[in-house]
Ligand binder design. Structure first.
Ligand SMILES: Nc1ncnc2c1ncn2[C@@H]1O[C@H](COP(=O)(O)OP(=O)(O)O)[C@@H](O)[C@H]1O
Ligand SMILES: [Mg+2]
Length: 371
């Protein structure tokens, strides 16, 4: 019998507290069902001299059991905090990772905005500066200001120009809603420069982005989440999609900020009728083009959660790329099979990598023996 393939999942841990315990529990279970030796570990669990890992697996009644595991053939990186020990480990060549390190929003947007294959889907984006803000406000009726290193819709400000007025609305780091109605561009520029100073995360920068009119549902912000993943043969596949609808009056759709998920196709069909299949196809095409373009820059990737905007005219825009996306959308809309697939695929892809690594090693050995 074949020995089991050994897959490690790298994540944050403090004592028995893990980043994303619910998802990781399901990921390990999915891997065990697929026949893998699979476990969680964090940076402090690597014993490189002994070539062993202190790994964790879910216990039947809840909690985690820990024991020694063999060195992983492939590691899935699910670490979501910028801890120095993690960054060091990530930049070392200790492990064979299924997914390469990825960059912050600004660099990713810049790369995509320059690339022929995808740039027509990218809203105009610049680094924030007071002057740039003024010129963006002069050219676009809707502008977003967001941290280049933020997440979950935090610290994002929406600025809308209606008649003689500017309407500003955003959420701060604590998800508190802030709003303002101002009459002059100068007042807006000052308000935003205060916002940026208050909301800055560490030494992070801010982006100013052309706003996409996501008013498919009046009074709400609605955007599309598409999950694209590598399958068991190493090919990109769209696993599923859903629409996230923000709370009434909210400037973002994020589920963490109170947004709710709905199935994608019915909403697009209701809004666009016979144009709907074309729009859905374009979202899938965008996902494939963006995934393969990003791989050219960053190296092998495993999955992306794309935030896609479909504006009121049916035009498709890419808003954000998430390299370690959640799967909650599918659970919320009750697509059980898609949810299960979304959890299985990373393990299937890691198993595929482990198999192809081994067959490469075997053929190299055979070649050497034949020399
Ligand atoms: N340029 C934009 N036009 C319209 N809506 C936007 C824009 N940028 C962000 N949003 C809204 O804010 C949400 C969060 O922005 P995003 O860039 O995805 O940051 P985060 O990392 O916080 O999720 C988006 O899902 C969307 O609803
Ligand atoms: Mg997002």
């Amino acid at each position: 019998m074949h020995p089991k393939r050994v897959i490690g999942i790298l994540t944050w841990r403090k004592g028995q507290r893990f980043g994303e315990p619910d998802y990781l529990r399901k990921l390990v279970r999915a891997g065990q069902k697929l026949g893998a030796e699979i476990y969680l570990f964090s940076h402090q669990d690597v014993y490189r001299k002994a070539k062993k890992i202190r790994g964790f697996v879910p216990k039947a009644g809840g909690g985690w059991a820990s024991r020694w595991f063999p060195w992983p053939e492939v590691v899935i990186d699910r670490y979501r905090r910028r801890v120095p020990e993690y960054i060091r480990l990530r930049n070392s060549s200790l492990f064979f990772f299924a997914n390469s390190p990825f960059s912050k929003k600004w660099r990713v947007t810049q790369l995509l905005a320059k690339d022929e294959r995808v740039r027509h889907w990218i809203p105009e984006t610049h680094l924030y500066a007071k002057k740039t803000m003024a010129s963006m406000l002069a050219r676009h009726p809707l502008v977003y200001v967001k941290p280049g290193n933020g997440s979950g819709g935090k610290s994002i400000l929406r600025v809308e120009h209606v008649g003689q007025k500017y309407l500003l609305s955003g959420r701060d780091k604590q998800y508190q809603v802030h709003m303002a109605r101002l009459d002059s561009r100068m007042a807006v520029e000052n308000w935003i420069s205060r916002w940026v100073a208050q909301q800055r995360i560490a030494d992070g920068n801010f982006l100013v982005q052309q706003g996409v009119d996501l008013g498919l549902i009046p009074g709400h912000v609605a955007d599309v989440r598409v999950l694209i993943q590598k399958d068991e043969g190493g090919e990109w596949r769209v696993t599923g999609s859903g629409v996230r609808i923000g709370k009434s009056g909210s400037s973002t759709s994020n589920l963490h900020g109170g947004g709710q998920a709905f199935p994608f196709a019915p909403l697009i069909e209701r809004c666009f009728g016979s144009k709907a299949p074309h729009i859905i196809r374009e979202c899938h095409l965008l996902a494939h083009e963006v995934a393969s373009t990003l791989e050219d820059y960053f190296g092998r990737m495993m999955e992306f959660g794309l935030d896609i905007g479909v504006d009121v005219n049916g035009r498709v825009w890419l808003i954000e790329v998430n390299p370690k996306p959640g799967r909650e959308v599918f659970r919320q809309i009750g697509e059980k099979d898609t949810y299960a697939k979304a959890i299985e695929r990373p393990v299937q892809f890691a198993l595929h990598l482990a198999r192809s690594r081994q067959s490469r090693q075997v053929s190299q050995r055979a070649r050497r023996a034949g020399d």
